[in-house]
Ligand binder design. Structure first.
Ligand code: PLP
Length: 222
């Protein structure tokens, strides 16, 4: 049961750590069940599915949607008007386009920069050097259409928790370094790490947000 799964997680989650319920590939009824159990923040990873669910559940006006997947620049309109946080900004081209959209629409789009963390080649994200460069430009006022709220990362997909631990230590350390280096960057304080298999590890490494799908909703349905 979705509500039982949520209750178990709520019991373990320290206050101050936000649960993002990842509802991708699950029907809108599943989101509704989680909502009825008290969950308010949901994560989706595909623009079309994101927009469809936002539309179908628009009557629930205290619901909060995060976008957590790869976002192509031609899909911004499906996502940016409705996302309270875009967690997965993984290229300067995407960052520039989001900034442009924000300026044109009089908005500051909340986002996280995705650090390439896992050992997998395919995982998207910036290097530390690229993020540092963006942060220098941001602190110089170069991105008026966005608010950079922190970092997001996905650990290596492995059962070896020492590898996962090392990944999370790396992003947690980098986050602390940036917070120190850019004290003027207000609101740069979110670290989104941890999924169904490793969120308890992430809690030991500074997570302020965990993104949990399977442990709430079960195996993805489509
Ligand atoms: C799917 C997904 C999750 C959730 O994964 P689970 O293992 O089902 O908890 C978290 N973060 C991102 C970026 C995802 O794409």
């Amino acid at each position: 049961m979705i509500s039982d799964n949520l209750d178990r997680i709520y019991q373990e989650l320290p206050s101050g750590v936000k649960l993002v319920a990842v509802s991708k590939y699950h029907p809108v009824e599943a989101v509704r069940q989680a909502y009825d159990a008290g969950q308010r923040c949901f994560g989706e990873s595909r623009p079309q599915e994101f927009a469809a669910k936002v539309g179908e559940l628009s009557s629930l006006n205290d619901i909060e949607w995060h976008f957590i997947g790869h976002l192509q620049t031609n899909k911004l309109k499906l996502v940016l008007p409705y996302a309270s946080l875009v967690q997965s900004v993984d290229s300067t081209r995407l960052l520039d386009e989001i900034d442009k959209w924000g300026r044109e629409n009089g908005r500051k789009v909340n986002l996280l920069l995705e650090l390439h963390l896992g050992a997998e080649e395919t995982k998207q994200g910036f290097t530390e050097e690229e993020i540092l460069d963006i942060m220098f430009r941001a602190s110089d006022g170069k991105f008026p259409g966005v608010r950079i709220c922190g970092l997001m990362g996905m650990a290596t997909n492995t059962d070896d928790m020492s590898v996962v631990e090392a990944d999370f230590e790396r992003i947690d350390g980098f986050m602390a370094y940036l917070v120190d280096l850019f004290p003027e960057m207000e609101g740069f304080d979110q670290l989104s790490i941890g999924m169904s298999g490793d969120w308890r590890v992430a809690l030991r490494h500074g997570a302020t947000m965990v993104r949990i799908g399977t442990s709430i909703f079960g195996e993805r349905q489509y």
